[in-house]
Write a protein that binds this ligand. Structure first.
Ligand code: F6P
Length: 326
């Protein structure tokens, strides 16, 4: 592999709090190692349309605390085509870029894997998604902040639920994964969680809620992951209301507020470590790998493995959820 003199960095897919901290770490670590840095606007879209800007240490000042991404993000349809990727490669060459760092989730790494196979350009991935659904890393950037947002908001819902003795179904994000619902459920003291990884047993839920109300719980909260397969928060709430007209049932969808806000200290530190490690990986001549954090230590995992293997929910946390919600 040729020495790396100029790199480009982009953010792609759903934004996540802490992406700015990762961009900052990439830019500053590169400059520290005498590598020039370009920023690509709107993810792979900007690579195709040649929206590529110079970056220096000052261009990442005062951003570590900000949510969103200063480079903006997109889900590029054109990058899924051969022609799109060819344009992207030609633009990188035009700018003399010899390596790429991409910050995003599984869609971002799927694109990176294909691009890295088609063209001889080293690519390093940094996991940035609130879903925490990437294999090969315990945490993805943004997950911790989103988890805190879920917890704060469910706490607020609990206040009004208690005041009216209501049963709330609260839908949280996570695409096809239940990580936010599981930890969010434990952190907010939810009565139950419904996640895509476990088939919803309506009878069990019904018994559980009925017992809860019999025990005169002043409120009940069920966190429903958006990828739950029995129809989601609205459908389940409707069924429960029909079966128990005496229950006062409400639904709340937390939605995109989970993606915003100032990143937590944990996300800022993780993003800073991963950003610097991505540059370090290029210096070590690594390519087509994702940076991960496993048991607090930095590691590198091939895109292929990060995408193919599935990270499961922690069994002991699932058991804990059951124990604590009796
Ligand atoms: O991947 C992050 C995420 O927020 C998922 O939790 C959610 O399913 C999806 O993105 C929403 O995407 P969009 O903002 O494009 O609607």
């Amino acid at each position: 592999m040729d020495p790396v003199n100029k790199i480009a960095v982009l953010t792609s897919g759903g934004d996540a709090p802490g992406m700015n901290a990762a961009i900052r770490a990439v830019v500053r670590s590169a400059i520290y190692n005498k590598i020039e840095v370009k920023g690509v606007m709107r993810g792979y879209e900007g690579l195709i349309t040649n929206d590529i800007i110079p970056m220096d240490s000052k261009s990442v000042s005062n951003i570590i605390q900000r949510g969103g991404t200063i480079l903006k993000s997109a889900r590029s349809k054109d990058f899924k085509t051969k022609e799109g990727r060819e344009k992207a490669y030609n633009n990188l060459k035009k700018h003399g870029v010899d390596a790429l760092i991409v910050i995003g989730g599984d869609g971002t790494f799927t694109g990176a894997r294909i691009f890295g196979e088609e063209y001889n350009i080293p690519i390093i991935g940094i996991p940035g998604t609130i879903d925490n659904d990437l294999f090969g890393t315990d945490y993805t950037i943004g997950y911790d902040t989103a988890l805190n947002t879920v917890t704060e908001n469910v706490d607020k819902i609990r206040d009004t639920a208690s005041a009216h003795s209501r049963l709330f179904f609260v839908e949280v994000m996570g695409r096809d994964a239940g990580f936010l619902a599981l930890r969010g459920g434990i952190a907010s003291g939810a009565e139950a969680i419904l996640v895509p990884e476990i088939e919803t047993d309506y009878k069990r839920l019904d018994n559980f809620l009925t017992n809860g109300f019999k025990k005169q719980k002043s409120s009940s909260i069920v966190l429903v992951a958006e990828g739950e397969k029995a129809g989601g928060a609205f459908n389940i709430a409707e069924k429960v209301s029909k079966d128990h007209p005496d229950y006062d049932v409400r639904v709340a969808i937390l939605g995109h507020i989970q993606r915003g806000g100032s990143p937590s200290a944990f996300d800022r530190v993780s993003a800073s470590r991963m950003g610097a490690s991505a540059v370090e990986a290029l210096l070590q001549k690594k390519k087509n790998v994702m940076v991960g954090l496993v048991h607090g230590e930095i590691c590198y995992i091939p895109f292929e493995k990060a995408l193919k293997d599935k990270k499961g929910l922690n069994k002991s946390l699932l058991d804990l959820m059951d124990i604590l919600s009796i």
